[in-house]
Design a protein around this ligand. Structure first.
Ligand SMILES: *Cc1c(COP(=O)(O)O)cnc(C)c1O
Ligand code: SF4
Length: 456
């Protein structure tokens, strides 16, 4: 146990910390006034939310300023570019009025690539000519579903690419009767076998609200729907959700309905550091989920200052397998928000992945990575090779906008600084990667097929 205090009694009341009350956190007395001001400056641009479990059980009290979970949840000065930091700091020092601060914040946010990977324009599915704003259908078999009541989290990750929706800047529009629309969409798309509930964190919802989505989906008895996946970080940020919250048992019963109905329930659990797997209550929560028949798969981005070390990954995968989870993806940090602070070069990411992978048993090697979730698809970095007298980076698609792209190796010119696909150039002096011309055609088709309003 991290802080020597055994959580003998799991019941604990959730308490959120944000810019309004973070000064009440006892550990804050170790920070200088200037450091607390830094939190405010960054927190006025990027979202900030922690909670009592994260602060008391995950963050090391003694050494919290260098603690990976502290960096994962608390704003730091370096997370903004110096010019952005200074701009906001000056406004706060002058006690500028709220409107001015908000305009400046939005201005800075617009420079942080708030909508990476074509999130808004290109993935919105349509049914009978009507856009379905709380869904994304990019890969054939899997549709993402954003329940409107599940668009926040128990704490916010400082690297999160969903940050615009937490600062009220999202273009995410919610449809009424959203679950009926999902069911109708699944009926006319028999190729879809998986629905992935995502957010925010869908498990922020009460069991009652979540039932309003899950039960109609089960009741529709769709033969093509084989798996319900739920993307969540609750196992890390609020494991009480499955153990001692007032409706924890109701939640487990509801999730148990999924497996009882013959569908698979796949929890896509988000862990960034082995520390998050240490508290006893996390193991209790995982066991409770496994008892009702859930499979738990784990994923995380690779993040400088948090987990850019092979030993951290091998420890994390081992611990996950020990607890009965299945390692699934290592992602590259997205090209948005504080990317300058978190991103790791593609080549370095591959080295970290490879070294970690070499240290673990085959049961941990279900993990795939490092993978970039780009507009085009999920691109895996396979490593270094020599071809045609040139040193190249080998990559392949794990998922592609066009399924035909998947599993075809392709080559980029060697570049040990590039951190994202758009910084890499094709090898052998070629002008384009093989998929780029096809992508242009795809865009044009979609533009032609869509009403103009979707692209405003
Ligand atoms: C990652 C992702 C999925 C799920 O992909 P799997 O490889 O099946 O886990 C689905 N849709 C989008 C948009 C994704 O980014
Ligand atoms: S829990 Fe997930 S959605 Fe929420 S802030 Fe973290 S990464 Fe983003």
């Amino acid at each position: 146990m991290r802080n020597a205090r055994k959580i003998a009694l799991f019941p604990e009341r959730y308490r959120a910390f944000s810019l309004n009350n973070f000064r009440d956190i006892p550990q804050m007395k170790h920070l200088s006034e200037e450091q607390k001001f830094d939190i405010e400056v960054v927190g006025n641009v990027l979202p900030f939310k922690a909670n009592n479990f994260v602060v008391d059980e995950l963050i090391d009290r003694e050494n919290f300023q260098n603690d990976p979970i502290y960096t994962l949840t608390f704003p730091k000065k370096e997370m903004l570019l110096p010019e952005h930091f200074d701009e906001m700091a000056n406004l706060l020092r002058r006690s500028a009025d709220k409107t001015k601060i908000k305009i400046a914040a939005n201005n800075i946010r617009m420079q942080l690539n708030p909508h990476p990977a074509g999130q808004i324009d290109h993935n919105v599915p349509h049914l009978h000519g009507e856009p379905l704003h709380n869904m994304q259908h990019k890969y054939k078999q899997t549709v993402l579903f954003f329940p409107s009541q599940g668009q926040t989290c128990h704490a916010y990750c400082t690297f999160c690419f969903r940050w615009p929706q937490f600062v009220g800047m999202s273009d995410l529009k919610f449809a009424s009767r959203e679950i009926e629309k999902l069911v109708d969409y699944l009926k006319v798309h028999p190729e879809i076998s998986d629905v992935l509930f995502t957010g925010g964190d869908p498990l922020i919802m009460s069991a009652k609200n979540l039932a309003g989505y899950i039960e109609p989906l089960l009741k529709a008895d769709l033969p093509n729907l084989k798996r319900i996946r739920i993307g969540t970080k609750a196992l890390s940020y609020w494991p009480h959700r499955f153990v001692s919250d007032e409706d924890a048992q109701a939640l487990l019963n509801l999730l148990g309905h999924v497996t009882k109905s013959g569908k698979q329930l796949a929890i896509m659990a988000h862990f960034n550091h082995p520390r998050e797997l240490e508290p006893e209550i996390v193991g209790t929560a995982i066991s409770a989920l496994r008892k009702i028949g859930a499979e738990i798969r784990t994923q995380s981005p690779l993040l400088r200052h948090i987990n850019d070390d092979p030993a951290v990954w091998s420890a994390m995968w081992n611990r996950q397998v020990d607890l009965g989870c299945i390692p699934y993806y290592m992602f590259m940090a997205r090209d948005t928000g504080s990317r300058h602070y978190f991103s790791v070069p593609v080549v370095r990411a591959w080295e970290i992945f490879r070294q970690a992978y070499q240290q673990v048993s085959g049961l941990c090697r279900t993990v795939r990575g490092p993978s970039m979730s780009a507009n085009l698809g999920k691109i895996q970095v396979l490593g270094e090779a020599a071809a045609g007298g040139e040193k190249v980076i080998v990559m392949r698609f794990l998922q592609g906008r066009d399924p035909d792209w998947v599993q075809r190796p392709f080559f980029a010119a060697w570049d040990d600084q590039a951190t994202w696909i758009d910084e890499l150039k094709p090898a052998f002096g070629e002008k384009q990667f093989f998929f780029e011309a096809e992508m242009e055609n795809l865009y044009q088709e979609r533009l032609d097929a869509s009403t103009a309003e979707d692209f405003e």
